[in-house]
Design a protein around this ligand. Sequence first.
Ligand code: PMP
Length: 418
Amino acid sequence: CRITSEVWFLWFHGSLRFCFACYTAGKMSSISVPPPKCLQKPLTVPYRHMFGPGPSNVPSRILEAGANPVIGHMHPEIFEIMNDIKSGIQYMFQTQNKMTLAVSGTGHSAMECAIFNAVEPGESVLVAVNGIWGERAAEMAERIGARVNTIVAPPGGCFTIEEMEKALSKHRPALLFVAHGESSTGVLHPLDGIGQLCHKYNCLFLVDSVASIGGAPVYMDQQGIDILYTGSQKVLNAPPGTAPISFSERACQKIFSRRTKPVSFYLDLSWLANYWGCDGKPSRVYHHTGPVTAFYSLRESLSVLVEEGLENSWERHLKVAEYFHAGLESMGLKLFVKEKRLRLPTVTTIVAPYGYDWKEITSFIMKTHNLEISGGLGPSVGLVLRVGLMGCNSSRENVDMVLAALKDALKHCHKSKV
Ligand code: PMP
């Protein structure tokens, strides 16, 4: 037995020495996956006109803000930046809510943050579905065991206050979801009156403003919205990855008297509230590593909005959209949303030109004009082309560029039917 272990000892050390010698001589390596050749080349990213439904172009001022040094996500300077962001979101949302912060994630993370915190398993949720965002909200609520009911409007449509009331009184939900800017169909859903109606039925009013905030009026407090969220990459022109969200006092009361814990630790509002200094506690506890460089960009993008002024930004988006819509109609193209007041000023849906393959049009424009526009999404696939002119992209010059690209595409792309 002793002899065997000595033999093993000698063999093992001999092999080790052999491996080390080979390694140092560059003949053999301990790793089996070689360094990828692609990562030995420098990173190159082209410039593109980002005129799809998002992300939009990020101006150099905001990109540069994001290039500031990384410091600790719990350093006092970062807490100050987070406080500035909170004030900026309160302005953008027109709310006094203390529970206002940015989720570390894209728009979907804010959607889940809203639903996962506000709804407990078995509760009733009502979703107004007039495009993909209602569909997704319903799916999220279903996944956490809510009893989900929907009211459904065809793509391009929306709901009257009477339809909302009928559904609220029938389903008695704990939460109603409405997409203010339905980016898949180009509809701007009217919000006035719905909040008050929700409160009459003891229901929280949740609004998705990812595609609309900053580009169309929203008054969170005045309109009785209990939870409002958005994303960073549309009108704000910041890179994707942070999602502003705010909760009313009523929403907080429900959320902080839950019987069960929210399914997600990452999105648990009590943790996020502490990290963002919204819970009044004297000290903040580590929850997750805040994406500090994304906070810098978000802060800068909110500064840009503050400098222009919310009302000026709404007005500019509306004027540019009207100019764009007139240009499209004069080319013989049709707008997908018939009623003018329901047209989203940030994302325009154009009826897919008859006889053309929409994919050929979008690829032609990308290849020839270095410009992104997109086709439909979810229920609008095949029905529309979508053009987003958001934040700094919302200008007459950009409209002219898109119209010229579309004209060129209609001239050069294959037309199958007469
Ligand atoms: N809601 C709406 C209205 C949107 O337009 C989007 C993004 N297209 C989202 C939610 C989801 O946002 P994200 O892609 O940032 O997760």
